[in-house]
Design a protein around this ligand. Structure first.
Ligand code: SF4
Length: 209
């Protein structure tokens, strides 16, 4: 990462971390993917049951491979034939891993979901939620964060899953009500009532989309 971008990210991350603290959530800044991996593994803790909701960023820092190889109980939802059983197992996990579609400079997390498995687990169930968030997801305010989630993250995710939605043809959100839409639920995590439940690792890199 370019040193000027790194300097800017380190400064901006402190603002986001302060915002998270004001919302009863804990933020951390990792200067590299490797540092983010070490931090995430420490937050998960050996022996913990862990699951996730399609977090590309967790894959990109090597976290999923490390959890599978290490002394952790990784609940792999792709290994479940019964998707409902996978969903219920996720709610009972010690740790849920997620990324965010966007995060505001004052610490609000924005996530869009189709099936709601991810946003519901963020809201409640798992004892701890660990977000891995590249600094490319930081937006000045809630309005720009929602726009990023709808016009950047959602269309790319729709393409990733090969869905038949207008954004797959136009590249931006057309506010569709297509049967394939992944924009069913919009979650703004504004505050955590439960201290030490939500942890956000901000990574000095471009992760996910
Ligand atoms: S509402 Fe529809 S068009 Fe807009 S991003 Fe979601 S799936 Fe795409």
């Amino acid at each position: 990462m370019n040193e000027n971008i790194t300097r800017r990210n380190a400064l901006l991350a402190q603002k986001v971390i302060k915002g998270l603290a004001s919302r009863n959530m804990t933020g951390y800044y990792a200067g590299s993917r490797e540092a983010a991996l070490r931090l995430a593994l420490a937050l998960v803790g050996e022996g913990a049951s862990v699951t996730m909701g399609g977090a590309m960023s967790a894959h990109e820092i090597g976290l999923v491979d490390a959890l599978k190889a290490g002394n952790y109980h990784f609940i792999d939802r792709d290994a479940y034939e019964d998707k409902r059983a996978a969903m219920l197992a996720a709610y009972d996990a010690d740790v849920f891993l997620s990324s965010a579609n966007a995060i505001t400079e004052d610490g609000q997390l924005v996530n869009i979901d189709g099936n709601a498995n991810r946003v519901s687990a963020i809201c409640q169930g798992p004892k701890k939620v660990v977000f891995i968030v590249g600094m490319n997801k930081v937006c000045p305010d809630l309005d720009s964060a929602m726009k990023r989630a709808r016009n950047v993250a959602a269309p790319i995710n729709a393409q990733r899953f090969g869905l038949d939605t207008p954004c797959c043809k136009t590249g931006s959100c057309m506010d569709c009500k297509s049967p394939d839409t992944i924009c069913c639920q919009f979650l703004i995590t504004r505050f955590s009532r439960h201290k030490d439940r939500i942890h956000v690792i901000l990574v000095n890199d471009n992760l996910g989309f």
